[in-house]
Ligand binder design. Structure first.
Ligand code: D5M
Ligand code: FE
Ligand code: ZN
Length: 556
């Protein structure tokens, strides 16, 4: 009987947009005509199935008695991926970015800024004792112990979660749902602007005499340049649409480039002589007030902010992760009581075209099982919070609900908390807005000039805060699911904004909000090579919850 390699079956399925249970792949690979069996299984599966289950396959497979262990070895590759370095050294750099004039960390920032580093220029400056690689072998992980550490008193710990979509999703994808989401976005963000301008509804502007001063609060409907190089910015409120004109020689013209459709702004200006258009003098964004003052913890305690582990990828940096986990067991890491993971725990299946060619583990559940094993290497007394990312096995559209029960039971070690993407996680009084970060790609792509790039992802995060929305533009790269509320609005200014996704380290500050984009634990993929993304692998930003200072530790 011809045996199809399971990898080929998986590739076939992913090219058709399916994930599959491992047993289903095994059955298909063992069928007498695997290609035909795949066809039949796909036909038989319900239209809305994302994962081909064993049941779907059993219905269509003729002689379903393959040798499971054979194909398992093929399918999973078996061996752990090789990491690039034998010994991992740790280097630290105290974050020396200027988080803004009133930032809580200002003093420390200037005191440690040895090279006058800016936001864009945070590099490890000082090598410390290399982190010892303990050669912990499989099955002998140190979960539950903190070798170099004192027994701890957990009574001061606290984690609260807010803004989580999990279990609240009501959207059916109907037109009316989109209307409700946009309406809610407009209501909440316009409220933040209304107190700052003397606004009029769009239909009232129509009847105002030429020369009047006026303002409008609306969602950006369209931005285009006129024949003479000025900018026509159309804004929409609940009453209609009104055109505003930003003259090219005004300072505010610089901000027009930053506008994204669907964000909410206020435009202040003068009605044209013949009415019908508002000449803009000022643009206002919902923004974080400059007076925002961040909350901090009452004791010296730290959180490691990581993301993009990508277990299951051939490029997963297993040795580096191990070095990180080992370091967490040392005395130096004693204050690190929290671990926040901002999505992409695993590489997933069928996320990008040709992704399967770089998979080390082809079964999505096995990827989570392996991830769970790596998580067990982290001290068992740490508080862990996880949100999903675009590689994870939850719906892709944002807001993403937390991992389902089945995945939670796989990742049950350490009593981790699971919440949606995005969520606000309040750790000992510090509000950390966790968002995976898919819209950062979009901000970088849309932003003109080089000020915001993959080398400074925290600058893109500033834009999200300024717009008070984690995925402002609808219909672009970021898939958005309609819900009766817009969960992607940033209602309350956070103290810390934590994202990932772009696999680049970024630490900054904006109006007293600490910005951290984690690096990743995946070496450069073929795709990233092709577009020149040089990932920051094995960097773990460690946040002081009492000062909001960040120390970046490297484990590769
Ligand atoms: O994405 C990591 C980064 O790489 C993020 O900036 C998107 C980009 N990326 C990676 N693979 C692709 C493909 N195939 N198309 C477009 N963009 C890609 P992550 O989603 O974490 O892998
Ligand atoms: Fe990622
Ligand atoms: Zn991602």
């Amino acid at each position: 009987m011809p045996r199809e390699p399971p990898v080929r079956v998986v590739r076939e399925l992913t090219s058709r947009g399916y994930n599959a249970e491992r047993e289903a792949v095994t059955l298909l690979a063992g069928a007498s005509d695997p290609a035909a069996a795949v066809e039949r299984a796909v036909d038989a599966a319900p239209d809305d199935a994302l994962t081909l289950t064993t049941d779907h396959v059993r219905e269509v497979v003729d002689d379903a008695t393959p040798n499971a262990s054979d194909s398992e070895a093929d399918a999973s590759g078996g061996d752990a991926p090789t990491a690039p370095t034998e010994t991992a050294a740790a280097a630290t750099a105290t974050q020396s970015a200027d988080p803004g004039p009133e930032a809580p960390t200002d003093e420390t920032a200037s005191a440690t800024a040895s090279t006058g580093a800016t936001d864009d220029d945070i590099q490890p400056t000082e090598s410390t004792t290399p982190v010892e690689t303990k050669g912990v072998s499989e099955g002998q992980n140190a979960a539950g112990r903190r070798d170099g550490r004192d027994a701890r008193d957990d009574s001061q710990r606290s984690v609260e979660i807010d803004g989580d979509i999990t279990g609240e999703s009501t959207g059916t994808g109907e037109y009316a749902d989109f209307v409700a989401t946009f309406r809610d976005r407009y209501d909440r963000l316009s409220k933040k602007l209304r107190g700052r301008v003397n606004h009029r509804p769009t239909d009232a502007l129509d009847s105002m005499p030429g020369g009047s001063e006026a303002a409008v609060v609306g969602m950006v409907n369209d931005v285009r340049s006129t024949a003479s190089g000025h900018w026509l910015v159309e804004v929409e409120d609940t009453n209609g649409v009104f055109p505003t004109l930003v003259m090219k020689d005004r300072d505010i013209a610089d901000h027009v480039d930053e506008l994204l459709t669907d964000e909410v702004i206020a435009v202040e200006g003068t009605i044209s002589d013949d009415g019908g258009i508002l000449f803009a003098d000022e643009l206002h964004f919902p923004d974080i007030p400059r007076t925002h003052s961040a909350s901090t913890a009452d004791r010296h305690v730290q959180a490691a902010l990581v993301s993009d582990v990508h277990v299951g990828s051939q490029e997963f940096a297993a040795d580096a992760w191990q070095a990180f986990a080992d370091w967490l067991h040392t005395e130096e890491a004693d204050p690190v009581e929290y671990l926040l993971i901002a999505g992409d725990m695993v590489e997933g299946v069928g996320v990008y075209p040709d992704q399967d060619e770089e998979l080390d583990i082809v079964d999505i559940y096995e990827q989570y099982e392996t991830f769970a094993e790596h998580l067990k290497d982290v001290p068992g007394d740490m508080e862990i919070v996880m949100i999903p990312g675009n590689h994870d096995a939850v719906r892709l559209a944002e807001p993403q609900p937390a991992f389902d029960e089945e995945l939670r039971s796989i990742m049950s070690a350490h009593d981790a908390r699971f919440t949606g993407n995005p969520s606000t996680v309040t750790v000992e009084g510090v509000d950390v807005l966790m968002y995976h970060g898919v819209s950062i790609d979009e901000i970088i792509a849309e932003y003109p000039g080089d000020d915001i790039s993959y080398d400074n992802p925290h600058r893109a995060m500033e834009q999200l805060l300024k717009k008070r929305h984690v995925a402002p533009q609808f219909g672009g790269r970021t898939r958005v699911a309609p819900e009766k509320e817009d969960y992607l609005v940033i209602d309350d200014a956070p103290d810390v904004f934590h994202t990932g996704h772009v696999h680049k380290l970024g630490v900054g500050g904006y109006h007293n909000v600490r910005l951290v984009n984690s690096g990743c634990w995946q070496h450069q993929t073929e795709f990233q090579k092709s577009v020149n993304i040089d990932p920051d692998v094995a960097t773990a930003p460690i946040l002081d919850l009492d000062t909001l200072d960040v120390t970046v530790r490297k484990f590769a």
